[in-house]
Design a protein around this ligand. Structure first.
Ligand code: HEM
Length: 420
């Protein structure tokens, strides 16, 4: 089965949205995206094996489309992949159906189930637990004398532990959750493929394993409800009816997967940015009150979610380009977050950026990231602790990037710090 794109029939620059490897070269990727924002901000991309799409790269357009959930719909495939891959998943009856794939009432009714757990006040009640988990990983960093693979040793297990602690997955199962998440998000990365033949094999295998794990968890939480998110999902009713197995499975999958890879890429990428810029590190150490903006700057800078798709209900015009009804749009968050129309010197990483909170890495409108408050709080908790711990911080080798065109970032980050 063809699982990668086989060449472009349109402007070759459209490749940056498809090529999982291309994202690893951030300098080149952002140079091409900047060119597109200025010359072709709404670019039609036709690639062999893919339904054509329009790549939208300016902040104002990504914002406008995200907020208009009536004209720009989510239903159907919300993530870019080869058409054959979706046909194959559909034929097996395991096509994705998460909050991201729903619209209107169906979406709000499903989102309502978990919403209370993600409200700012509910997240604030978790502060003590998040503090304790952050302290544990900062202690690990100290034990290693500040020399480690920050992505794998700190960022990944920290963010995983926080989300799993509200989800209700016990610590001994965290490595399973991690492996399965990488199976969903990192399907194109050779490091995650292992013995499997191709990304589709990895994806179907992963979904099967998730199904098995969550069927078991669900049955247990129905019999013995506890105070965790898994119990809410297992017993959740939508419009007065229990969710079926397919809907329950995908609810679990989105909550289990969306919450840690994204946040850990933001944290690891933020730490990489600081390690490369001693002046920014010193500024954040000297002015801890900058942390709120600095964390938003880390999320703007890394934009771990590379895209989502929307479908046009009726013809629309964006940046002067007419797009016909039925077509699909790719919202490029990394590009929007470096738009010079919104951010002054967007290619500079600045912990004191005054409008970092205008970043659009969490999307917008009705699908605005459910876990944004959690993600921000996780980073706002650990970053100051790290700043108090390190005197200096530098790279201890070349960072390695995940090969993924959906969710990605720095996956290996060798660092060396002197400690206070
Ligand atoms: C830095 C970290 C994160 C980033 C960059 C991020 C990004 C995003 C984006 C771009 C969307 C789609 C928004 C749209 O379509 O307009 C989204 C949706 C979502 N995110 Fe996050 N996310 C992060 C962390 C989290 C966390 C910690 C959770 C917790 C479980 C989470 C759960 C979700 C869910 C459930 C949705 C679907 C919402 C819906 O469709 O109604 N995310 N996220």
């Amino acid at each position: 089965m063809t699982t990668t794109w086989q060449g472009l029939r349109t402007d070759p620059r459209g490749e940056i949205f498809l090529d999982p490897v291309g994202y690893a070269d951030q300098e080149r990727w952002h140079a091409v995206a900047a060119e597109l924002r200025s010359e072709a901000p709404v670019l039609r991309v036709e690639a062999e094996g893919y339904t054509p799409f329009w790549a939208v790269t300016r902040h104002a357009d990504v914002f406008a489309v995200s907020r208009d959930n009536e004209r720009f719909r989510n239903t159907r495939n919300s993530v870019l992949g080869p058409d054959l891959q979706f046909a194959f998943l559909n034929s097996l009856g395991i096509e994705p159906k998460t909050l991201i794939h729903m619209d209107g009432h169906e979406h709000s009714a499903h989102r309502g189930l978990a919403n209370d757990w993600f409200r700012p006040r509910a997240v604030a009640r978790r502060q003590e637990a998040i503090d304790a988990i952050a302290a544990e990983f900062v202690a690990t960093f100290r034990e290693r004398q500040g020399r480690c693979d920050f992505a794998q040793d700190i960022a990944v297990p920290y963010t995983l532990r926080v989300i799993m602690s509200i989800f209700g997955v016990p610590p001994e199962d965290e490595s399973t959750m991690l492996r399965l998440t990488q199976g969903v998000f990192g399907a194109a990365d050779p490091e995650y493929l292992g013995d499997l033949a191709d990304p589709v094999a990895l994806l179907t295998d992963t979904i099967g394993q998730f199904d098995e794990y969550f069927a078991h968890l669900s049955a247990e939480r129905r019999e013995h409800p506890t105070d965790d998110l898994a119990t809410v999902i297992a017993n959740g009713q939508v419009d007065g009816c229990p969710m079926d197995r397919h809907a329950t499975l995908w609810y679990y999958i989105i909550v289990a997967t969306a919450g840690h890879d994204t946040t850990s890429y933001a944290l690891a990428g933020g730490v990489e940015a600081l390690a490369r810029r001693p002046d920014q590190l010193a500024q954040l150490q000297a002015s801890p009150e900058l942390v709120t903006g600095a964390v938003d700057e880390m999320i703007r800078w890394t934009s771990p979610v590379r895209h989502f798709l929307r479908y046009l209900e009726e013809p629309a015009e964006l940046s002067g380009v007419e797009i016909p009804a039925g077509d699909r749009i790719l919202l490029s968050y990394p590009s929007a977050n470096r738009d010079e129309r919104m951010f002054d010197e967007p290619m500079a990483f600045r912990v004191g950026r005054p409008n970092a909170n205008r970043m659009i890495a969490f999307g917008g409108g009705e699908h605005f990231c459910l876990g944004s408050t959690f993600a921000r709080r996780e980073l706002r908790t650990i970053v100051p602790k790290l700043m108090e711990t390190v005197e200096t911080l530098e790279l201890d080798g070349e960072p390695q990037w995940a090969q993924a065109n959906f969710v990605g970032g720095v996956k290996h980050l060798p660092v060396r710090a002197t400690l206070r």
